[in-house]
Design a protein around this ligand. Structure first.
Ligand SMILES: C[S@@+](CC[C@H](N)C(=O)[O-])C[C@H]1O[C@@H](n2cnc3c(N)ncnc32)[C@H](O)[C@@H]1O
Length: 420
């Protein structure tokens, strides 16, 4: 059953989409301005101090950062070259189009890509500790048709985080982090279905981010569907997954946006090339799709009728840094349980950084501890195996003077009984 959306929902979604596109397009101007602030600040200090900075080459470094911003902007502009393909209204025109990889079952929901939560926790902090809070949503009118949208620091932070996430998912530099996060999940999946014909096995990856885990699973021969609701992620992954011509096609500078905790100029200006693989290189007959929309809207349903299209449909679900995006973890776990096939496996890795904790939109937020999440999973009808903790970073710069390690919880859970 496709979710139902009111005209207001659709209108709000159009506006949000267009604001995200504007954020991509305003990146250069916004970021050059931010760098210019540093330049202006040089003139506020005594001349003798300024001379010492000149000797250090600080002014030259600022020029190099400007160049790197422009290089990033070139890449970001490619991402939003043809936003009409997402079927949203752009400016005055409405252009229908196909998202490319969307599968039919979720077609009805594909235009509902919900905005990211305001306030609340996200993993996507460019330079603030993971347990602080991003800026709130803008209070100024945000409808581009009412006089143009000026992206906020919140928007730009999302965009800068997206740039850094390319490193995690699609660069050689991200391999160490992927090996820690994605490899144990893939290994558990392969072991669980050892000897089975993989292309008949359906795997779902909710909260797919930039799509690498879902792609890797498809590459292993499973029929894999990623699901994601952030426009930033969807626009960005579309370019990589559907428009890549060659390995290392793009060069980005992910670390130029903060001068804090930087060990050297080389670290600040480090160029990263993407992608490290050719996404079109999937074996013939592969079944890989990325579905846009809210996980709960698409895969959940009030109706627990086993004939409901998603019920029992998935042989495996892989949640990587995802379950703590729930407002109501009980609903997430119920959905995971309902949509898994009998004997299906749910493989999880991630911390419990409850995204809606203290959010300023007054969304409810249920914040369980790890033991409670596991107990809840068992009560809902999962049997947990291979429970352990994996130390890993998330979208980290290993050359930064600051690093965070998550003691991420890993488990494999098998659906053993129907939910009550
Ligand atoms: C912390 S990121 C993890 C991304 C990816 N799994 C990884 O490990 O890099 C969580 C992702 O879930 C997405 N997300 C959060 N809530 C969602 C929802 N209700 N439906 C679909 N995607 C959601 C976010 O947009 C974000 O891309």
């Amino acid at each position: 059953m496709a979710p139902h959306f009111s005209d207001d929902d659709i209108e709000e979604e159009q506006v949000h989409f267009q604001n995200v596109v504007t954020t991509f397009r305003q990146y250069a101007r916004y970021s050059l301005n931010a760098n210019n602030r540093r330049r202006k600040d040089i003139h506020t200090i005594p001349l003798a101090d300024r001379e010492l900075l000149t000797k250090l080459g600080y002014g030259q470094k600022l020029k190099d950062v400007d160049k790197a911003i422009l290089a990033n902007a070139l890449f970001l502009n490619k991402i939003v070259e043809n936003p009409e393909i997402f079927g949203h209204e752009i400016g005055d025109s409405v252009v229908d189009g196909d998202i490319g990889e969307t599968d039919n079952n979720a077609q009805g929901a594909r235009d509902m890509m919900m905005p990211v939560p305001a306030g609340g926790n996200t993993y996507e902090h460019a330079h603030s500790p993971p347990h602080t809070h991003p800026h709130d949503r803008p209070t100024r009118p945000s409808d581009p048709r009412r006089g143009g949208y000026r992206p906020t620091e919140f928007d730009m932070d999302k965009l800068r985080s997206t740039i850094k996430l390319f490193v995690r998912d699609w660069s050689k530099d991200g391999k160490a982090e992927r090996d820690l996060c994605y490899e144990p999940m893939k290994k558990a999946l392969e072991e669980h279905f050892e000897g089975r014909d993989r292309n008949t096995l359906r795997v779902l990856v909710p909260g797919a981010g930039l799509g690498r885990l879902a792609y890797d699973v498809a590459k292993l021969g499973f029929a894999c569907q990623g699901n994601e609701f952030s426009h930033y992620m969807l626009l960005a992954s579309y370019l990589i997954l559907n428009r890549t011509q060659s390995i290392d096609e793009h060069t980005i500078y992910p670390y130029i946006h903060s001068f804090s905790n930087v060990s050297s100029r080389e670290t600040l200006l480090k160029a990263v090339t993407i992608p490290d693989v050719l996404p079109s290189d999937l074996p013939p007959g592969s079944n890989f799709s990325l579905v846009a929309g809210d996980f709960e809207e698409i895969y959940g349903s009030e109706n627990s009728d086993e004939n409901e299209p998603q019920a029992g449909k998935w042989d495996a679900i892989l949640t990587c840094f995802f379950i703590d995006t729930a407002k109501n973890i009980v609903n997430y776990l119920r959905i995971l349980h309902r949509i898994l096939a009998p004997g299906g496996v749910w493989i999880n890795l991630g911390p419990l950084l409850w995204h809606f904790e203290n959010n300023e939109n007054e969304y409810p937020s249920i914040e369980l501890d790890l033991a409670e999440v596991k107990e809840l999973a068992r009560t809902i009808g999962f049997k947990l195996y291979d429970e352990r903790s994996i130390d890993t970073s998330y979208s980290s710069n290993d050359q930064s003077m600051l690093g965070y390690v998550y003691h991420a919880a890993f488990w494999k859970a098998v659906k053993v009984s129907p939910a009550e």
